[in-house]
Design a protein around this ligand. Structure first.
Ligand SMILES: Cc1ncc(COP(=O)(O)O)c(C=O)c1O
Length: 400
């Protein structure tokens, strides 16, 4: 690491909406109903903890990076080894599938589940279907990489590639499901449809936040930077922390690619609006033009800030994690995993934003590394390193 490591972050053009200020101006007192009920959270925890191979993912401390950036602490929830799938998404789609298996009226092997995906959510659904002996038909869009397609095929799913972007694949998937009587296991909503399933998927994600709350044994974070696609992850974390910590909940900052800023633009417009994604961001999991209508009310009322970042920050952030400062653990993090951390680093390099976000030398920042090298070829091309080599460096360090 050199003095120029943070240069791309200082140069980055960020867009920022202070949602707390907007909420104050509109006299927003929050939403009356919580997103999750305690019994549902407990049920998801019990079920997912019983899945073979379950273990909490690691909450890492990046003390050397924190010192470089002059903040008190950086915590990194590392989802790169979540089950065999390498992303937090393993908790969501597969949980909704397992609930269908539990409650479904049909014979299990007669059930076909379907979803549109840019990779990770589809893997979760296909994995859940395989574990329960169901069929899975997964829709991917034109830009989804060959590697991600192959991973879906490896789980026995039928994979259908469609023209157009993610939002188009969601539309085609819904049409096919209606025609064929398939069960849609979507991580988002389409118009008024899919609310219950999307909420189930998010209930699955909550298990990751339960782990974080258990893993934070000393002072609470002051800031959470979480990346957004349709907003399901961000809303889950935001809502859960509100339940767990009440008035002590950290400042919550949603980070998105500037090429797919549907949450940011919705915050700016003070209502959910759709964005046409014309150019694909390298952060494939965040390339969404329409917010989830389950997630949106939570973020609208409770997220403090919305931030967009350019794609140019992705590779530098992945490299900082792969080849870290001082004694920090080398971490394999995929393109969509690093958006929150990239947004945070960029904010530390901009005096005005740093002040607005109250980032100070005693700040304790939590980020969620939502995936590992889910596309190993892309990982190597962006970092110049193989995921295997980074893991080996870590193992060698642990042993020495
Ligand atoms: C690795 C990764 N991180 C973050 C997200 C964003 O989640 P959401 O779409 O719920 O906002 C995704 C979505 O696919 C993802 O794959």
């Amino acid at each position: 690491m050199t003095a120029t490591t943070f240069a791309p972050f200082s140069r980055a053009q960020l867009r920022h909406v202070d949602n707390s200020a907007l909420a104050l101006a509109r006299g927003d007192n929050g939403i009356p109903h919580p997103l999750f009920h305690a019994a549902e959270l407990a049920h998801a925890k019990e079920k997912i903890e019983a899945w073979p191979g379950y273990q909490p993912s690691t909450l890492r401390s990046l003390a050397s990076l924190a010192a470089e950036l002059n903040v008190g602490h950086i915590l990194y929830k590392d989802e790169g080894e979540r089950f065999s799938l390498g992303s937090f998404k393993a908790l969501g789609g597969a949980y909704a599938v397992s609930e269908l298996a539990l409650n479904g009226a049909d014979e299990i092997e007669q059930i076909t589940v379907t979803t549109a995906t840019d990779g990770n959510h589809g893997l979760s659904v296909a994995w859940g279907a395989k574990n329960h002996g169901m069929q899975a038909v997964i829709y991917i869009h034109a830009e989804v990489s060959q590697g991600r397609e192959q991973a879906l095929l490896n789980l026995g799913a039928e994979v259908i590639r469609v023209e157009g972007n993610y939002d188009e694949s969601v539309r085609i998937c819904y049409e096919a499901a209606k025609k064929n009587g398939w069960h849609i296991i979507s991580d988002t909503t389409s118009g008024d449809a899919g609310h219950d399933v999307a909420r189930k998927v998010m209930t699955g994600y909550s298990v990751m936040v339960t782990e974080i709350v258990a893993q934070i044994t000393d002072e609470l974070p002051t800031h959470v930077f979480v990346q957004g696609g349709v907003g399901g992850l961000a809303a889950t974390v935001c809502e859960y922390f509100r339940i767990a910590y009440g008035d002590r909940a950290p400042k919550f900052i949603v980070v998105e690619p500037e090429l797919a800023p549907c949450l940011y633009l919705s915050a700016e417009a003070e209502q959910a609006i759709a964005v046409d994604v014309v150019e694909e961001t390298v952060m494939a999991g965040l390339s969404c033009g329409e917010v989830s209508s389950v997630a949106w009310p939570v973020l609208f009322h409770y997220a403090n800030d919305f931030l967009t970042i350019p794609d140019a920050l992705v590779a530098p952030t992945m490299k900082i994690l792969a080849n870290p400062f001082g004694g920090d653990d080398p971490i394999v993090a995929g393109e969509s995993a690093v958006a929150g951390l990239a947004g945070f680093i960029a904010a530390t390099q901009c005096d005005e934003l740093k002040r607005t976000l109250n980032l100070e030398s005693n700040s304790r920042v939590l980020v969620i590394g939502t995936e590992g090298a889910t596309d190993p070829a892309l990982y190597q091309s962006l970092t110049g390193l193989s995921a295997h080599a980074v893991r080996k460096t870590k193992t060698d360090r642990d042993l020495s």
